[in-house]
Design a binder for this molecule. Structure first.
Ligand code: NAD
Ligand code: TYD
Length: 362
């Protein structure tokens, strides 16, 4: 499919590039696009791990700026110094369970941080037109029943502080497009899994607990359904929209792999058994049904027709193969896992950036 880019892309500012999806995006994009300078703007919260970026840290077209996007002066300064042509905005507080316990940080980063980036674009771009790509979630649409799928025109109906803050950020991006002429594109993606995911989310938590023979906590009866997408397919989808999408448009991105949480955990047990020779029945016996998450959305499912038709994107991987690859990745990256589990990754950040950064904004 032909490219529809009408801006010259020299500097891409990637926010949240030390997190799960951002790191996958940079690990792939930095070597593949040597003509683009990638500036990773990430203040290294608990969810960030610089070890996820070891492969690109020394690349001549990669830089890291330890900047909090909720700090408007610091954002302004980054724009002054790099004059980016493309923003790919991943940075967010992203964990629903944390948002229920401490919602304020979600509004600060996801809403105020997005506002600061939009304002910086408005001030810096003027008539020179860069592109703002906003990375969002299908959770803004709320919960589905047994049938139906979210389309780009589905009504926003967020349930958690996380999804409400992402919904607010989506609205801000569209308003800056309509009111100030900002060039933007938006993707709302389903649940991702793959390498470098922090083990507070379902897939890595269950993989590691299965490997370590620890209890596997399934909320409620495990009947809630998510649409799972391999992180590499999500990164491809973002480039497909940046290069072949239309300005001012939203694209839903889904994996077409709808599974109940219990089914996901069963498949993880099967994969860990295949990869390690463990007994699958023994692994399943580690499953514990625990108290449900408040406001737990029953089902998400995404209609990706628009991105398929307009941008020529579709997921390249099947759930079981990509899950096997993910299990294998966690088996082969014990150092990364140990760093996260022991907190060693925070000590590394403290040495390089100081105690305040290592401690995080809250
Ligand atoms: P993550 O939590 O793994 O990483 C977030 C990154 O943002 C971290 O590196 C963190 O340090 C950084 N960050 C947080 N607050 C910041 C701030 N104030 N200033 C600068 N950097 C800050 O998140 P993820 O899972 O990689 O998600 C990335 C984006 O994709 C988010 O916007 C999320 O809403 C969206 N998304 C995620 C999924 C998923 O399944 N993980 C699905 C759809 C959409
Ligand atoms: P999660 O990975 O937190 O993503 P999200 O809440 O953004 O969908 O959770 C995925 C699903 O798995 C969700 O329905 C909640 C459920 N879940 C559990 O059952 N147990 C767990 O320990 C976790 C973290 C999640």
């Amino acid at each position: 499919m032909p490219r529809r880019n009408t801006f010259e892309m020299r500097t891409a500012l990637v926010t949240g590039g030390a997190g799960f999806i951002g790191a996958n995006f940079l690990n792939r994009s930095v070597p593949e696009r040597p003509d683009v300078r990638f500036v990773n703007v990430d203040c290294l919260t608990y969810a960030a791990n610089p070890a996820s970026l070891e492969a690109v840290a020394g690349a001549s077209n990669y830089l890291h700026e330890c900047v909090d996007i909720a700090d408007d002066d610091a954002v302004e300064d980054v724009f002054d110094r790099y004059t980016p042509d493309l923003i790919v905005h991943f940075a967010a507080e992203s964990h629903v369970d944390r948002s229920i316990v401490r919602p304020r940080a979600f509004v600060r980063t996801n809403v105020e941080g997005t506002l600061n980036l939009l304002e910086a674009c408005r001030r810096h771009w003027g008539s020179r037109r860069g592109l703002f790509h906003h990375v969002s979630t299908d959770e803004v649409y709320g919960a589905l029943g047994q049938s139906g799928r979210f389309s780009e025109t589905s009504r926003y109906d967020p349930s958690s502080p996380y999804s409400a803050s992402k919904a607010a950020s989506d609205h801000l991006v569209r308003a800056w497009g309509r009111t100030f002429g900002l060039r933007f594109r938006l993707t709302n993606c389903s649940n991702n899994y793959g390498p470098y995911q922090f083990p507070e989310k379902l897939v890595p938590l269950m993989i590691l607990n299965a490997l370590e023979r620890k209890p596997m906590p399934v909320y409620g009866l495990g009947e809630n359904v998510r649409d799972w997408l391999y992180v590499g397919d999500h990164c491809d989808a973002i480039w497909a929209v940046v290069e072949r999408g239309r300005d001012g448009e939203t694209y839903n991105v889904g994996g077409g792999a709808e599974l109940s949480n219990l089914e996901v955990v069963h498949r993880i047990c099967a994969s860990v058994a295949r990869r390690t020779g463990a007994d699958e029945t023994e692994l399943r016996s580690l499953i514990r049904f625990v108290e449900d998450r408040p406001g737990h959305d029953f089902r998400y499912a995404v209609d990706s027709t628009k991105i398929r038709q307009e941008c020529g994107w579709q997921p390249a991987t099947s759930f079981d193969l990509a899950l096997d690859a993910t299990v294998q990745w966690y088996l082969e990256h014990a150092d990364w896992v140990d760093g996260v589990r022991t907190g060693e990754y925070r000590r590394w950040i403290e040495l390089k950036y100081g105690a305040a950064v290592a401690q995080g904004p809250e």
